[in-house]
Ligand binder design. Structure first.
Ligand code: GEK
Length: 251
């Protein structure tokens, strides 16, 4: 997955920048795009593998929701040593899920997987010890996020974990602007031009609505998770995990 074609999607001026879509063109350059756009992407993937190993229970499911090319699933398989574990990798982009299937099939592993071409809003979560949303919740309509998280919570076994990575909005305008500056400089240093940065920003404006960390934490707690833990943060990108308590306190 390392030697993917270079992302040049926004390198030429576009008269009207269309809303961002995870289509064939994006799928083609995705490994390059995500590496050059998300600070700490590889560190996050490795951390997901380690965290998953801690929480995976034998004979359970691990869900990778919005799996794209399956990078998080691969990290889970790299670390898992429990028996009877099934990874369920889900994405509603046909080109992504097709390639995901190829990637996962290319690596030999005792950890079984299945791929689903499906909207994660329609995915049944059951017998889960780990659920991963690595930069996916931000693409779900804000008013549907709570129900999505409730479904995940309810499908997790006691002691199970949700690992959630997201781009964040900082609560103050001043702080938010500095984090955006740092992120844009990160992209410049990775070879993106001003035009590419600004056209991509416009393309994402309607499809990616980001929350503050406090909103995430409060929503996770309100659906029944506990101990929301921020384990990675760089600029306005973060990853957190939240545990379903072993003994549910009555709400
Ligand atoms: C990684 N997790 O490399 N249902 C299913 N899939 C969806 C939905 C939805 N409603 N909305 C968006 N997606 C990956 C990276 S990328 C993050 C995740 C990014 C899918 C979408 O098709 C895309 O593949 C993925 O979520 C988001 O570990 O590009 O910023």
């Amino acid at each position: 997955m390392q030697d993917s074609p270079k992302d040049l999607i926004y390198s030429r001026p576009q008269e009207k920048v269309a809303d961002f879509q995870f289509d064939e063109t994006v799928t083609e350059v995705f490994p390059d795009m995500i590496q050059r756009s998300i600070p700490g992407y590889n560190t996050i993937l490795d951390g997901i593998g380690q965290l998953a190993k801690h929480y995976i229970q034998p004979n359970t499911n691990v869900y990778d929701l919005g799996c794209s090319l399956g990078a998080a699933s691969l990290a889970v398989r790299r670390y898992n040593s429990e028996k009877g574990v099934q990874i369920v990798a889900v994405d509603n982009s046909e080109s992504m899920i097709e390639r995901c299937k190829l990637h996962l099939s290319a690596f030999k592993s005792e950890t079984q997987f299945t791929t689903l071409h499906q909207d994660i809003l329609d995915t049944n979560i059951n017998n889960a010890s780990v659920v991963i949303m690595n930069f996916t919740l931000q693409f779900i309509a804000p008013e549907k996020r709570e129900a999505m998280l409730q479904k995940i919570h309810d499908g997790l076994l006691p002691g199970g974990v949700l690992i959630l990575s997201e781009k964040l909005r900082h609560p103050t305008q001043h702080g938010d602007e500095r984090l955006i500056d740092l992120h844009h400089e990160y992209k410049r240093r990775n070879g993106y031009s001003e035009l590419e940065i600004s056209q991509k920003r416009n393309a994402l404006e309607n499809v990616m609505k980001i929350d503050t960390f406090n909103i995430h934490e409060e929503r996770l707690n309100s659906v029944g998770f506990s101990d929301v833990t921020l384990w990675f943060k760089c600029f306005n990108f973060c990853s957190m995990f939240a545990v379903k308590p072993s003994t549910q306190a009555t709400k």
